[in-house]
Design a protein. Sequence first.
Length: 98
Amino acid sequence: MIERALIEKGLQLNENLVVKVMQLHESNVTRHGNMLVGSTMSGKTSAWTILRDALNKLAEEEKAANKDGGEKHYMSVKTEIINPKSITIDELFGGMDD
């Protein structure tokens, strides 16, 4: 699905990017939160958008295949972009506001 998502976005099939997307997925599965940090034009946005698109495609295919309501392995991903300067550091990192 990662390769399909790359092709649909008109991007080259780059083995390094595919590996980075897979690493990001593994990191998302094992952690509560992640930050992508790197130089300009290093593929940060491409990595998470390709992962989102691949997971959404997997969720759609699974939903179509499991019309009887079988076990789900993939859920669709919805992204919301926020301006980190518009909230406090505590809110940004998951602090609760009583």
